[in-house]
Write a protein that binds this ligand. Structure first.
Ligand code: DHB
Length: 394
């Protein structure tokens, strides 16, 4: 088997893996990033679109993206809609912060471009089979290239940033699934359509027919979601039926309709890995935790993990100091569980659970009123949505 040697082997060229590689390269720590997908697949897969202010500041200040400030749209609030009325949560007035609409695949294009422009090692179409010797100073990733060749990547440290179906997780937790999780009895039906925006800001709508989210992409392309059964076949609806579903869930707004050119069903669950670190292998991003999409925490949480692991790896690899690595899991998990709570809370507050009783329904409206009618309630939502400050390990 061919062997490649590097300092940090990173499995997964998503936001977590690529951002970590970028920050390490700024400290002259060499890494190899692999992903089983092609560059084109990574750059064209549609994911969420909301970046916390701290994420944007880091992308910009680290030189990862020059476009994120100029090509994103700042949102200073969202609307919660229920019982026939819209209630604006004014982020700017409440916490002096905002969020930015800039789709995840645009972040990925920026990170891939900066990695390749710097001449750094990034390999597409390479599958990680397993991690060996996690608890030694020479962990290795056994990989298969697209032509079937097996290559071992030997490193001082291995990072699993390989998403919710992580292969790396087994080396850290002892199993592919080892973690705390909960499932939800619904999914999101997502559409992309060619139409002007239906609202200036995002609308999160709780309606008797179920949840809907009216989001945007640009002046001409819109992203919208509605709650559906997880078994729904995305092709089962006509365009007319999709518009009917969406319209019925945002009473009070007439959506601007247009051709729907992409549709997908997103199943979701909450998951936190039992362990984030074993020996010289760490998990970050969706490999470490998955959140339901309501509240758009997924990618932002991945970036917060990266900020901490970057510091720990600099101390380990440049100064032979393991103290920050020892503190990594505990510190990362504090934010992870706060974000888990927020995502679960937004999800449970806004969706209609199948079989919900009249009591459940009225209690939910009481909960929504408790939030929008209280400045403290609105401020908690604004703080969590725009993102808690990115912390450091020191
Ligand atoms: C989007 C996705 C989310 O999960 C969310 O909470 C807000 C916006 C989006 O894709 O635009």
């Amino acid at each position: 088997m061919k062997t490649v040697r590097t300092r940090v082997a990173i499995i997964g060229a998503g936001p977590a893996g690529l951002m970590l590689a970028h920050l390490l390269s700024k400290a002259d720590i060499e890494s190899v990033v692999i992903d089983r997908r092609s560059r084109d697949e990574i750059e064209t897969t549609i994911r969420a679109g909301i970046l916390e202010q701290g994420t944007v500041e880091l992308l910009e200040s680290s030189g990862a993206s020059t476009r994120v400030r100029t090509e994103s749209t700042r949102h200073n609030g969202i609307e919660l809609r229920f019982a026939g009325n819209g209630h604006r949560i004014d982020f700017d007035a409440l916490v002096g912060r905002g969020v930015f609409l800039y789709p995840q695949h645009e972040v990925l294009k920026d990170l891939i471009a900066v990695r390749l422009a710097g001449g750094h090692d990034l390999r597409f179409g390479v599958t990680a089979e397993r991690i060996e010797d996690a608890e030694t100073a020479r962990p290795r990733v056994i990989t298969t290239e697209s032509d079937g060749t097996q290559v071992a990547i030997e490193a001082d440290f291995v990072v699993g940033a390989d998403g919710s179906h992580s292969v790396s997780r087994a080396a850290v937790t002892g199993s592919h699934t080892g973690g705390y999780f909960r499932e939800y009895p619904f999914a999101w039906f997502g559409v992309l359509c060619e139409a002007p925006p239906s609202a200036e800001e995002l609308i999160y709508s709780n309606s008797p027919n179920g949840f809907a989210l009216i989001s945007q992409r640009s002046e001409t392309i819109q992203r919208m979601y509605f709650q559906c059964d997880p078994e729904t076949d995305a092709q089962a609806y006509t365009e007319e039926q999709l518009w009917e579903e969406l319209q019925s869930r945002v009473p009070g707004t007439t959506l601007h309709e247009g051709p729907i050119f992409q549709r997908d069903v997103l199943r979701f669950r909450s998951f936190v890995s039992h362990e984030l670190l074993r020996g010289r292998v760490a998990l970050i991003g969706d490999a470490a935790h998955t959140v339901p999409p309501t509240g758009a925490k997924g990618m932002n949480l991945a970036i917060a993990d990266v900020v901490l692991l970057d510091q720990a790896l600099r101390a380990l690899l440049l100064d032979d100091d393991t103290r920050l690595l020892d503190a990594f899991s505990e510190k990362a998990l504090r934010r992870i569980w706060k974000a888990q709570h927020f995502s679960w809370w937004m999800t449970s507050m806004l969706h209609v659970a199948p079989g919900a009783s009249e009591f459940d329904r009225r209690r939910q409206l009481g909960e929504l009123r408790s939030v929008v009618e209280s400045e403290s309630g609105r401020r908690y939502l604004a703080e969590a949505y725009t993102g808690w400050p990115l912390e450091s390990l020191t």
